[in-house]
Design a protein around this ligand. Structure first.
Ligand code: UT7
Length: 332
């Protein structure tokens, strides 16, 4: 079990990318029966980014990855592995990570996708940590990227107002002797709510037909309240477990970088953990829910604007479809 004094992998650099095009709540009012007031009050979202027609997930991932490599002082040739958390790969096959490897000009290194929805970045971080800790790999690029605007039903007000596009990345490497590094990670999946957040059609179970396409079976479906309740409960317990594993109290956490799905979920988790909301890095207002990209985008913002300082203990937690969720405690 990793201890506080001997973490085994560390974040060497982070990067993020969000497309230029901004879609405001006001613009959504013209698309579906919604209002800026409803979206802001119920979610905290004011605007989100939408990728260009010429962009795929790997293009956004490339920008974030290049920025993370630059921050780490490394090049793509230094990488030993690429893990991409995404539910919106460029193609059903091969992996988005393989396409990213090609665009980055990395060597013939293992590169694969993780399908853990909004928890994808935490899953990728935990897997990278295991590889580095075992000594099998040295430098691992982890990416959370989503082009959700392509898989939303733009006639469904219960989902289309919530999500946005973007990418975030981090390069992980062996820990130094300064106490920084990944202190603990926790991963979970509970399949009892599989149907509460899913894309019903388009996979092997239900190949798309003209009829199912017209019925939006290939788009995101969500029972929001079911997910809301389980998110508050599980994000809190996973955060507590990460702290317990590292033998740290909640008061040791300088910053929380939560998945940005709903400000009300985040506020309830903050209250249960007894960590003031002021210590949460929040950007949901500007990006909405970017699924696996939300934590690395917020982490990168917090690091680059100086809120998160060297030596700070940072707690991350995310939950999404599956439901899959997880947490990570990191000393930066
Ligand atoms: O990242 C993956 C994980 N996802 C999440 O964590 C999302 C979790 N769920 C949520 O964040 C919230 O459940 C939502 C934001 C999705 C919905 O908020 P809510 O407070 O749970 O609303 P609700 O589903 O209970 O709906 C309340 C009302 C309904 O109308 P009636 O039946 O009371 O007349 C909805 O039809 O709000 C209506 N509604 C809307 N009204 C205006 C739903 N969406 C909208 C909308 N604009 N966009």
């Amino acid at each position: 079990m990793p201890s506080v004094t001997a973490p085994h992998s560390v974040i060497l650099g982070t990067g993020a990318y969000a497309p230029d095009k901004i879609l405001t709540n006001g613009e959504l009012e013209r698309l579906v029966d919604t209002s800026d007031a409803w979206i802001t009050e119920r979610t905290g979202i004011r605007e989100r980014r939408i990728a260009g027609d010429d962009q795929a997930s790997s293009d956004m991932a490339l920008h974030a990855a290049q920025r993370a490599l630059q921050a780490a002082g490394l090049t793509a040739k230094d990488l030993d592995m690429i893990i991409v958390g995404t539910v919106t790969p460029d193609l059903p096959m091969p992996a988005c990570a393989a396409i990213l490897q090609q665009k980055l000009g990395a060597g013939p290194i293992p590169s694969f996708d993780i399908s853990a929805a909004c928890a994808g970045f935490i899953y990728a971080m935990s897997i990278a940590d295991q590889f580095i800790r075992s000594g099998a790999q040295k430098h691992v690029l982890i990416v959370g990227v989503e082009l959700l605007s392509r898989i939303l039903n733009w006639k469904d007000r219960t989902t289309c107002v919530l999500f946005g596009d973007g990418a975030g990345a981090a390069v992980l490497g062996p820990a130094k002797e300064d106490g920084s590094g990944i202190l603990s990670t926790k991963l979970y999946t509970d399949s009892s709510l599989v149907g509460s957040l899913c894309i019903p059609g388009g996979g092997s179970k239900e190949p798309l037909t003209a009829e199912s396409l017209a019925n939006a079976r290939g788009k995101v479906h969500m029972a929001g309240q079911d997910i809301f309740k389980v998110a508050v409960k599980n994000l809190t317990s996973a955060s507590r477990s990460a702290l317990e594993q590292a033998e740290l109290p909640a008061s040791a956490v300088r910053w929380v970088v939560p998945h940005q799905a709903n400000l009300r979920i985040i506020a309830q988790v903050a209250a249960r953990l007894d960590i003031p909301l002021e210590r949460f890095v929040l950007n949901i207002e500007r990006y909405g829910n970017t699924s696996s990209a939300s934590i690395p985008i917020a982490l990168d913002e917090g690091l680059r604007d100086g809120r998160i300082q060297k030596g700070d203990t940072v707690l991350m937690c995310a939950l999404g479809a599956g439901v899959s969720w997880g947490s990570a405690l990191v000393r930066v």
